[in-house]
Design a protein around this ligand. Structure first.
Ligand code: NOJ
Ligand code: CA
Length: 687
């Protein structure tokens, strides 16, 4: 690891109470230009340009506090200093082997008047965007404080094309809306959604982050946050007339936003920007703004591919609950999954519905549901662990909390100890429904602290975590690399939702939005597209081609990838299954070949420690041809590429399961056009 800090010297400008002070700071490559201003009247603002083009106009910074009841909106400048930092670090797992973290920093110490509260506002300017945060240093007369709201603005320079989901304190499981910024209507969009278990809408102009936009000049920008610790999730309120956004923090049960004590640093507010869509997907800015791993010894942390005793319940073949006679998680059935995982080289088998409590788990807002240690009587956990071990497969634990988080907090140690004793290494957690403590939201400060506590606690037991219905990630997997993935968006399982389901463009938007903060357990790998296999009256269906399901293993980066469908459906197409068997879940290198949000994405990745490459490409509802330039391959070597593509008559709607496979020789000079069907995609393994 190389690490350098250059101090550019103290930049204290004219600190007269009435003078205006302006600071300009450019990214290392001078493309991203930030201006920070403390006006004569005491307003603290920043503005952002990409080269000469204004992207964010002067936007105010500040806070409203509930206790003490003061505003931090007028400031005098105390001091300013700037520095440059550069390091290269290696993630425990990831899309690339090493990550460059190079930025210029401006730190302003300001004093809020008339309250006399000191705040350090820190800006970091990278080649692909900026991050800034508020730091409340230790100081006399100001220690404990309660935030009424954060008043950070993002005043957009233009009426951008915007990819948004409605602001909601409890869920991110929405379809994306693509409109001009001026056309955002969150409540109307949210009302169309009938299949989301719990909605807590904010306002017609509230949207969630990561918020992806494209300016009329073709600049791509993404607003999100990094390192969300001890603070609520930030939503954004849009002013559709002025193209302004203002932060809106998630309230707690009594309406406050955050309970803080100095010294305290807020999460970073991030704006990733580039005139190339590919560079947004390649950005590591959010990871770079997170703290290095708190876990020193990380050799027990393993990326993994797994199947689940799971989709059976979603499509009505079995039930989570034992009562009713269709219990999926019985010993014999789980053995079949272990056999299938073992036969295909998958690392794990997730078993849902294994523990007592599912008869009455959802909807009653009750405190005591699961104890996380008591298996159903037809589930012989010890025998299955022995069986799985023999077959070189790991069982993955499921901790559905049903939103009763107090209950989970009380039982977490016992639950992780139970896992440790038995040899479980990974837990999928879940937070379906209304939260207990009652009145808290999935996105409130208390819950953010809970999710982070789970990651830290699990690490003590050397357990890996993936969380469903958590708040959306902000790059904390750098700090807790045992936190492999989250759901926190509308996943592939929503294909089975009765009303809207999914749309083919969804997977061309997610990498630009939800995935900016971290990996998702999207659960790709559905081969049976009509979901009426067990309940003939069901009209739900997967809205992709089969080849696109393969491509998702490359385009939807995660160190934890499920093979979603039932073994009996996967077995129908053994030659397509071969791609899922081959595709790795950890990478040395990633090249975003071409992408446009809402339209298509094509990515090449090099397998960790192997000279093998994989390409994935996905399209929206349109068919298209994409030119694959194999110049990412090292020159002078010939490889065999196996191309899994849509058959010429494939179509997500009319003929989704039709695909073809061909083997061709490729080298770094090869260029090849590949056709994608409507709602389709292709996947290539290159050996
Ligand atoms: C919702 C999760 O997203 C899904 O994967 C899980 O099967 C159910 N909750 C039950 O826990
Ligand atoms: Ca879910």
């Amino acid at each position: 690891m190389k690490s350098t800090v250059f101090l550019l010297g103290f930049l204290l400008l004219s600190v007269g109470a009435f003078a205006q002070q302006a600071f300009k700071i450019a990214s290392p490559n001078a493309r991203v230009n930030l201006t920070v201003n403390v006006s004569k009247e005491g307003k603290l603002t920043y503005a952002l340009n990409l080269a000469q083009t204004s992207v964010v106009k002067p936007s105010a910074l500040g806070f409203k506090l509930q206790k003490p009841a003061i505003s931090l909106t007028n400031f005098t400048l105390i001091s300013a200093d700037s520095s440059e930092f550069s390091e290269t670090w290696n993630p425990v797992w990831g899309e690339v082997k090493s990550i460059e973290n190079h930025y210029k920093q401006l730190k302003l110490r300001v004093k809020a008047i008339p309250a006399n509260v000191l705040v350090d506002v820190v800006f970091r300017v990278f080649n692909d965007g900026i991050g800034f945060r508020y730091e409340f240093p230790e100081q006399e007369g100001f220690k404990h404080f309660i935030v009424a709201d954060e008043l950070t603005q993002f005043n957009l320079a233009t009426n951008n094309k915007t990819f948004w989901i409605p602001g909601d304190y409890d869920t991110n499981e929405y379809l994306y809306n693509t409109t001009l910024f001026s056309e955002i209507h969150a409540l109307a969009a949210a009302k169309k959604e009938k299949d989301i278990a719990l909605q807590s809408l904010i306002a017609d102009n509230a949207v969630q982050t990561p918020l992806m936009m494209k300016t009329p000049q073709g600049i791509y920008l993404n607003i999100h946050e990094a390192a969300l610790v001890n603070y609520p999730v930030m939503h954004l309120m849009a002013n559709t007339k002025t193209f302004g956004l203002t932060s809106h923090l998630t309230p707690d049960a009594v309406g406050n936003k955050a309970y803080l004590q100095t010294p305290f640093n807020t999460p970073w507010r991030t704006i990733v920007l580039s005139n190339k869509a590919e560079e947004i997907l390649a950005s590591k800015l959010i990871l770079n703004l997170n703290e290095p791993s708190k876990i020193e010894k990380t050799d027990w942390i393993k990326p993994q591919k797994f199947i689940g005793m799971w989709w059976e319940m979603h499509v009505g073949k079995a039930t989570w609950e034992k009562a009713g006679g269709k219990h999926g998680a019985n010993t014999e059935n789980v053995k079949k999954y272990i056999d299938f995982a073992s036969d295909n080289g998958f690392d794990g088998v997730l078993v849902e519905g294994w523990n007592e409590g599912w008869e009455d788990w959802f909807g009653n807002w009750k405190e005591e549901v699961f104890d996380f240690v008591t298996p159903y009587s037809d589930y012989d956990v010890d025998a299955l662990l022995v069986y799985a071990k023999k077959k070189n497969v790991k069982l993955i634990m499921h901790h559905e909390t049903s939103g009763s988080v107090t209950n989970y907090e009380r039982r977490m140690d016992k639950a992780f100890q139970f896992m440790k004793n038995k040899g479980f290494e990974t837990a999928k957690t879940g937070y379906v429904g209304r939260i207990i403590p009652r009145g808290e939201h999935h996105d409130s400060q208390w819950m953010v602290n809970h999710f982070n506590r789970v990651a830290a606690k699990a690490a003590e037991y050397q357990i890996m975590i993936e969380a469903h219905e958590s708040s959306r990630p902000t790059g904390l997997h750098r700090t807790y690399p045992n936190w492999l993935a989250n759901e926190a968006a509308r996943g592939n399982e929503f294909n089975n939702a009765p009303t809207l389901g999914l749309v083919p463009e969804h997977e061309t938007i997610l990498p630009f939005t939800r995935l900016m903060g971290g990996p998702m357990d999207y659960t790709p790998g559905f081969f049976k597209m009509h979901l009426n296999q067990f309940i003939p009256s069901r009209t739900t269906r997967v809205r992709t081609t089969l080849a696109k399901q393969l491509a998702l293993y490359v385009t939807m980066y995660s160190p934890l990838q499920m093979v979603g469908d039932l073994p009996e459906n996967l077995k129908v197409y053994p030659d397509a299954l071969q791609f899922i068997k081959d595709v790795p879940v950890d990478w040395d290198d990633t090249k975003i070949l071409s992408a446009e949000p809402g339209e298509f994405i094509m990515i090449a990745r090099k397998q960790k420690g192997q000279n093998q490459w994989f390409v994935g490409a996905v399209s929206d509802e349109n068919s298209r041809e994409l030119l694959v330039n194999f110049d990412f391959l090292p020159s002078g070597k010939t490889y065999t590429a196996t191309i899994y593509q849509d058959a010429s008559n494939a179509d997500w709607e009319k003929n989704p399961e039709a695909y073809q496979i061909q083997k061709v020789s490729v080298d770094s000079q090869t260029k090849r056009t590949i056709k994608i069907a409507k709602g389709g995609g292709f996947a290539i393994s290159i050996k």
